[in-house]
Structure formats: C-alpha cells, structure tokens
Design a protein around this ligand. Sequence first.
Ligand code: TXA
Ligand code: MG
Length: 478
Amino acid sequence: MKTELFTTSSADLKRAAELLKNGKRVVFPTETVYGLGANALDKDAVKSIFTAKGRPSDNPLIVHIADFSQVEEIAEDIPEKAKLLMKRFWPGPLTVILKRKDCIPSEVTAGLDTVGIRMPSNPAAREFLSLCNLPVAAPSANISGRPSPTDAKYVIEDMDGRVEGIIDGGECTVGLESTVIDMTGKIPVILRPGGVTAEDISELLGEVITGTKQTGDKEIPKAPGMKYTHYAPNAPVRILRGTIGEIEEFLRKRPALCGVLTFDEFKLDTDAIQISLGKKDNPNDCARNLFRALRDMDKMGAEEIYAPEIGSSGLWAAIRNRLYKSAGGHIINASDKEIIFVCTGNTCRSPMAEGLFNSLPDKGFFAASAGIFAETGNKPSENAIIALKEKGIDIKNHLARRLTPEMIESADLILPLTRKHKYAILSIDEKYADKVFTLGEFAGEDADISDPFGGSIEVYRSCANEIFDLVKKAYDRL
Ligand code: TXA
Ligand code: MG
C-alpha cells in the first residue's frame, strides 16, 4: 500500500479528510501522541485500524471530536460532573468515558456499553477533525506494544505502507497519551494517568479514584488497554532502584550494552548509553521526551534499558505509569544479585524460568536468562508466552541471547534447566562449578526439565508448572 504524506496546510488537511471520509485510515497529530484515525461510524474502517496496528480487538478505541455538540450525538446520560470536566479541560489531553449511543459500533468500544471521547487541542487536529465532520476513532499510531509516536518520523517507522495517509504535524507537545477518566459511576475513576493530572481533576470535582492501585510494586490495570505490556522498545526495560553509586556499580558489571534513562542533573560514571529525560524538576519535558528516548535506545543498540524510579505526584504519575508498563512491572535493586537460567535456544524453558522467578517478591536476586545455542534476538515461542500469560506474567518482549563467557563471569548464580546444559557451561571452565547448578539440583530435586519446543499448549503448560515448582523451591533456598 502506498502511504500518502500530508503537511498541515489547509489544502492538505482537506485532502486527508476526504480520504478518511472515504473509509480510509489517516494518521494525524495531536498534542499527546499521533492518532491512527478512521471513521468511527464505519465498522469496516474501524476494523482496518486494528489490522494496521496489529492490536487485539478487545481493546477499545477513543473517539475524537472537534465540537462540543458531537458529544450528545455519540453519548447519553451525561452526568453534570462530566460536563464540568469537558468544559474545563477540553480541548486537551483528557478522554472522558460516557455511556455510548447505538450509533457507535461495538468494534470501537470492544463490546462495552461505554465510549471514550476526546477533543484534542492541537490546531491541525482540530482543523482536520472539523473537516472530517464526523467522529474519528483513533488509537495511538504505533504498532501495538511499541512506544506511542510523538513525531511523524516515528509514525513513518511503524506505519508506512500500513495506512493510506499520514499528516506530519511535527513534534507532540505533551508526549504522553491522554488521561482516561470513567464518568459513568458515582465517583470518577482515572483509568490511565496522563497530561491532565489527578490533582487538577479533584480540584474541580472533589473525590476521584485512581484506578491503578499500587499493590506492592505492581499496578493493577483498569482500562482494558492497560493490561498489556505497553510502550516497550525492543530491548527489555527494567526499573532500577538504588543510589547513584550502586547504579554505576551495577551497570559496570552488566555484560550487555546497557542504556540508562537519566536526568540532566545526573551524569553517571559508566560506559552505558545515557539519555536524559530532561531536568529532574520538569515533568513536562520528561513526559515529552520519554517515548523518543525509548525509541532512541533501540536505535543506539541498547540490549537492556534501565529506567529510574520516580515519584507519583502530578504529571510524574503518568510518566511513572508508562515506565512501569514498559518494564512490565520488572523492578530490580541495583544491589541485587543476578541469577541466569540457561537452556538451549532461550525461547522456551529459560525465559519461562526467568519470568516465573521475577514474579516472586524481591529477595535480593533478580533473574535473567540465556541459551547455549541461542540465536540472539529470537522471540519466545508462542505457547511459552501463552502459558505464562495464564499465570499473569508477560514475557512477550523477551529477546533470546546467547550465553557468553562475560555473562557467566558476571552472574552470581547460574541455573541451567538440565545437566547437559550444566556440563556445557562447566566445559568452558571448571572454576565456575561453585556457582553453576541445575535448577533441579538447586531446588533439592533430581529433575531435568525437558524441552517443550514445538509442543502443544498443554505441553507448555505442564512444563511451566514443573519449572514454577522448582523455581519456588530454589527461591526458598536462596
Ligand atoms: O492521547 C491519546 O489518548 C491518544 C491520542 C491519539 O488521542 N490515543 C490513545 O489511544 O492513546 P489508545 O487506543 O492507544 O489508548 C486508549 C486507552 C486504552 O487504554 C483503552 O483501553 C482505553 O483508552 N479506553 C478506550 N475506551 C474505553 C472505554 N470505553 N472504557 C474503558 N477504557 C477505554
Ligand atoms: Mg496506545
């Protein structure tokens, strides 16, 4: 498919609007992130959005409008508080969930009886939407799971050849997706933190509930779209806790090419790639730079990305939320010791062991994995992803890597899944015998885990259970 590029001139916006009115997809800039738009009233056009993004269809889309009068065309039973909210924060980075009218097809709302509505403030978006003169369904214009695009060049990276048109409106000023607030209940619930903060909203409305409750380190998602690992670059992201000294020491010992997100005020003494999010006291800059920083890490070849833990007041809550999502909840302490699980291809057994181990409470160890004959960059096998997803663990962003002598040297403990793997490691150097044990041995059981590769989901499920049993026993012995 040929993708047509448009500027924000009125003539171009008119042509782009015609394209959309003809059932086609047009990516347009907003102040938050770029949106992949199609006619919200046209089922087929809406379905084609999901195809372009590779997005699961159980995740509802936001409907974008240019004029307040459109709200009543697509929503009903609009509470007074919702009206206040729209009046105060629209146009702007706020999506309001209301009861939907039947004209909105269930493809937009993933079968829910509610609809998310937003009126963006970006001038080109406003002009484009009013030229379209119909509600426009638009998710962020990234391939599903990748960081949302905050500049047309990132849209082109992800969407060239997948959509009919792209409007280049330069860099987005907010840089994080809108705040999503559910106004259908008694008390407003913030489902996704964003540019309009919880503080801003409660100043206007009184009590609001923030949907992402903190339970220990993991946040429970409320918006359907928040259950997936999101905003993730290709390399795995981890939140790294610790003092500057501990973090420098940690990075020095990592065998991989690391990337670390920092602030202008901190220059770390490390060879790792450092990208600053901005000044430590300026959340606006940090929000605007975050997704670009994650994409740049990929371009610079970072194999592991470390992000700081940050506070949760005001706009920081949204930045923190995106970082936690991109890390899939994976947080480590810089002073933690490293365990490496090892199998053959690093696509089934060892990434499952890694995910299972890291789902247990932090006990001074974090897990990684590698394969003796791994082809670096391979994705985990589909059934391994599913088997762990059933346990609430997300390993779809894992990338296979081959076990190197540097990894063996720097690890504190190495737990191969079978004896064969153990002997392969010890054949490199006997001196590692005091830190290499099969997972079975370390767990106090004489069990090798056989390779589920190519097996059915049942095979993977029982393999995951077997591994989990041993991982828990090994964990207890640490
Ligand atoms: O800033 C933004 O909101 C951008 C720009 C393009 O407007 N759009 C965006 O869309 O981020 P998307 O599809 O990537 O994220 C929409 C979020 C998802 O988490 C989805 O689950 C939630 O909004 N959402 C949409 N409709 C909903 C509904 N009816 N009930 C609950 N959550 C809803
Ligand atoms: Mg998105």
